[in-house]
Design a protein around this ligand. Structure first.
Ligand code: PMP
Length: 385
């Protein structure tokens, strides 16, 4: 087996989750998904498709009508985006991997902004890239970009910049001005921007987070990754898409052929209905997430020793607990001793050691309150010990 693969680290989020497997008394907030099932009418579209016998391969790039619908949806948010720039993928993570396969040769330098969902740094390693990470900096619980440091790290030797905004796990979101500065700089250095914008609609300061698509021309070195998972409550469906320069799309079709050949047709039919009826899903999901955030964050802030700030986007509270500097050990103890399932910060970057990620996408915000009670009880027990 390749050394690269042997050396890949297992997900430390899974490591904590495995510690709590089979324990129904654990309140789990470790994974990045809502506990709400996909809306009925979206599920029905998949059932209808199967009933019609749509059990065959589709075009590598996806059903033409879905590509058109995605292009219309993207155009509504970001100005004209042609269907010739869209490829349907088997989830956002597949879209990311395809983009990496399209852009990275062995030995190429990739710069990634961290902390970030570990897949975004593992994938360049799988492609045998030389990975350089530029860390966001925490200030009073909120993480911020040191823009000059990032720009200094991106040189003509940098093939790809990988950036996820709104960010998992910190919620940090690029401002329009920062995006413009990064784009201008990458134009100079000839660097591709691989923008993971899967959380763009889960944004609390407006209908959509700032996107590189708002700024770049269609033929510029920009690939944007999207997913049905978050905005449409469709994590298990494995459906996403890519937006890329028109000249790249044909080649992406070849890569899709060799990876998955296509996304399943009944899933694509469900995606089509999700896009047609976005107004019935996404605004409600986002409003509810805001309620969840505004329930959880003040309760965490009230705990002595907790440092946390409300994130402008995403579905996570990322917080530090004073005196608990080993986040993996703390997360495991919280599972076993408090019945509380969180993700360890060190899974996302060494700089996030000592931090914990709490996914607040809970249908019942009362679960969040209960979780905080468990954390408080556990902390009280420890200080008394
Ligand atoms: N990017 C980020 C930053 C994510 O957090 C996730 C899901 N955790 C994805 C991409 C991929 O989502 P999916 O494969 O479910 O579409």
């Amino acid at each position: 087996m390749r050394k690269t693969v042997l050396n890949l680290e297992e997900s430390r989020i899974r490591e904590v989750a495995n510690a709590g497997m089979g324990r129904s008394d654990v309140l789990a907030f470790w994974f990045g998904e809502s506990d709400e099932v996909t809306p009925d009418f979206i599920r029905q579209a998949a059932i209808d498709s199967l009933q019609r016998g749509e059990t065959f391969y589709s075009h590598n790039l996806g059903l033409p009508e879905l590509r058109e619908a995605v292009a219309a949806y993207m155009s509504g948010l970001h100005g004209a985006v042609g269907a010739d720039r869209i490829a349907i993928t088997s989830g956002g993570v597949n879209a990311l991997m395809l983009a990496m396969q399209a852009l990275i040769d062995p030995g190429d330098e990739v710069v990634a902004v961290t902390p970030v969902w570990p897949n975004l740094t593992a994938q360049p390693q799988i492609m045998s890239a030389r990975l350089r990470c530029v860390s966001l900096q925490p200030r009073d619980g909120a993480w911020a970009l040191d823009l000059p440091a990032l720009l200094a790290a991106i040189t003509p030797a940098t093939r790809v910049l990988v950036v996820n905004s709104p960010n998992n796990p910190t919620g940090w979101t690029l401002s329009r001005a920062e995006q413009q500065a990064i784009l201008d700089h990458c134009r100079q250095t000839g660097t591709w921007i691989l923008a993971d914008e899967v959380y763009e609609r889960l944004y609390f300061d407006g209908p959509c987070a700032p996107s590189f698509l708002d700024l770049a021309a269609p033929d510029e070195r920009l690939v944007v990754v999207h997913s049905f998972s978050k905005s449409f409550l469709m994590t298990g469906w494995r459906l996403g898409w890519l937006v890329m320069p028109p000249a790249m799309t044909h080649h992406m079709g070849k890569l899709i052929e060799f990876n998955t050949s296509c996304a399943s047709v009944f899933t694509q039919r469900a995606g089509l209905v999700a896009l047609e009826r976005t107004a019935e899903v996404t605004p409600r999901v986002v409003a509810h997430l805001k309620t969840c955030r505004d329930t959880l964050v003040p309760l965490l802030q009230a705990i002595p020793g907790v440092v946390v700030a409300p994130a402008p986007g995403g579905m996570y509270a990322f917080f530090r607990l004073a005196g608990f500097d080993d986040s993996l050990a703390t997360a495991k103890r919280l599972v076993l001793e408090a019945g509380l399932g969180l993700a360890p910060g060190e899974a996302f970057a060494p700089q996030a050691q000592g931090w914990l990620r709490w996914c607040f996408a809970s249908r019942d915000p009362g679960r969040l309150v209960q979780g905080v009670e468990r954390l408080n009880t556990w902390l009280a027990g420890r200080s008394g010990a």
